[in-house]
Design a protein around this ligand. Structure first.
Ligand SMILES: *Cc1c(COP(=O)(O)O)cnc(C)c1O
Length: 445
């Protein structure tokens, strides 16, 4: 990935913290089966392995989490049409249909982190259990129930799972680790909401509060875990296990699209808009989607105007690691899940040939759209999860978006397009907190 000079307009808008759309000149329609990331190569088999791991653990998860009994331990979210939002989002007749991929409803963690976070904890537990002979390498789902037995729990209790987070990853890792019997330590950055810390403490998770930002919390967690041979650190900035856990979502989304009769091909483009923090979640999902759906899926990352770390990284290219502070930005945003100053380098490396673009969103817009979503669909999402809703208008209503659609030959197929906005969190937001979000959004309307 080489540096690609920012179109002059994009750089100026970024510096002024105004919404902008950047289109990736390095995107390739056809990509190799294996893609380089962090010194190794990953492909569809790795995504399938993550999905298979979730399947092996499903009976155990149904036993450990009462809320997973109805789905037999499957952690998934609905894909639902949202025609009532077309007008509010500026999507006109003939510009395609809007759907919501509702990860704000994901059980256990209440956010997209239920995918990656859960996967990494399961992979760690599986490795320990195999090493200690509690399950065989050929064990099937029923055998995994043994991991709820006292012998397994005693083994897990000798190990700590640690993580640094702005809130949601900590929530996911803490809840998953505690349920399996691990000790858990969550290092929270200053954005982390009080209710997330409380929820963890109630489950016996050690919450370490830091006065610094996300990077500081991750660094502190990494340093502490490095001193303890019985500690596994979930490294949000580097972990492939997290990324592959997220990528498994693509296999399920493909089924959901088929079930809804939605084609993805040269005359039926699919646009997917994903809120982006460090980049692991949206990159994992985009990696999976590009493998299973091919060149006609276009993935766009959405970031707050004060925290566009992924966009800056894509501009800078490999060998550089810019932070939003370098660009005179503050990293201050109510979108706590996206308040990250520097992108994940593996995620950026992986996305260089795959990503279609990035755009930025003002906090005010997040709150307005959170209210529009509530009014049109009744769904309750957190501010971070609203970031994708600016996507359709960025493509169809701005000069840069229209020029890109025309250059890609997509303008003429827009009527048959599908726009999927990925809503990434919200299930566990306390009602009083959500009410404050709504009031702020209504005051802006
Ligand atoms: C973490 C998170 C994201 C983005 O995931 P990254 O891996 O940090 O890019 C988006 N939305 C919500 C609600 C999140 O918690």
């Amino acid at each position: 990935m080489n540096a690609t000079p920012a179109p002059a307009g994009v750089a100026a808008l970024l510096r002024r913290a105004e919404p902008c759309l950047w289109l990736n000149p390095q995107r390739q329609a056809v990509v190799p089966a294996l893609l380089p990331v962090a010194g190794s190569r990953i492909g569809l088999a790795d995504t399938q392995a993550a999905a298979a791991r979730f399947e092996r653990f499903a009976p155990l998860l149904a036993r450990l989490f009462p809320e997973l009994q109805d789905t037999d331990g499957v952690i998934e979210s609905p894909l639902a049409p949202a025609p009532a939002l077309h007008a509010a989002l500026g999507l006109q007749a003939g510009q395609g249909r809007l759907w919501i991929k509702a990860d704000h409803l994901l059980p256990v963690a209440g956010s997209i982190k239920a995918r990656g976070g859960m996967h990494e904890v399961l992979e760690f537990a599986e490795r320990l259990a195999v090493q200690h002979g509690l399950i065989g390498v050929q064990a099937g789902p029923a055998d995994y129930l043994a991991l709820a037995d006292p012998a397994a729990r005693a083994l897990f209790a000798r190990h700590t799972v640690a993580v640094g987070s702005t809130g949601n990853l900590g929530l996911s890792i803490g809840v998953a680790a505690a349920a399996l019997g691990f000790a858990a330590a969550v290092h929270m950055s200053l954005e982390a909401k009080e209710w997330k810390k409380q929820r963890l403490r109630q489950r016996g998770v050690q919450v370490v509060e830091h006065a610094g930002d996300y990077e500081a919390a991750v660094a502190a967690g990494r340093a502490q875990a490095a001193q303890d041979p019985f500690s596994h650190f979930v490294d949000d900035e580097r972990s492939l296990s997290l990324l592959l856990g997220y990528s498994a979502a693509a296999l399920h989304l493909r089924q959901q699209l088929q079930g809804a009769g939605i084609a993805v091909d040269a005359t039926h483009p699919l646009f997917v808009y994903l809120p982006c923090g460090v980049g692991g979640a949206p990159a994992g999902i985009s990696f999976g989607l590009r493998q299973v759906l091919g060149p006609h899926v276009h993935c766009f990352f959405a970031e707050p105007v004060q925290s566009p770390c992924f966009l800056l990284q894509m501009l800078a290219g490999q060998g550089q690691h810019p932070s939003v502070y370098d660009w005179g930005l503050t990293n201050q945003t109510e979108a706590d899940g996206l308040a990250v100053p520097r992108a994940s380098l593996p995620a950026a490396e992986l996305m260089a040939p795959l990503l279609s673009g990035c755009f930025t969103v003002r906090d005010d817009t997040l709150f307005r759209q959170l209210v529009q979503v509530l009014e049109a669909t009744g769904e309750r999402i957190e501010p971070s999860a609203a970031a994708g809703f600016g996507g359709p208008a960025m493509l169809t209503q701005t000069e840069a978006g229209r020029a890109w659609l025309a250059a890609q030959g997509l303008q003429s197929h827009l009527a048959q397009a599908t726009h999927v906005v990925w809503t990434t969190g919200g299930l566990f937001v306390p009602p009083a907190e959500f009410e404050r979000f709504v009031q702020r959004g209504r005051a802006l309307a």
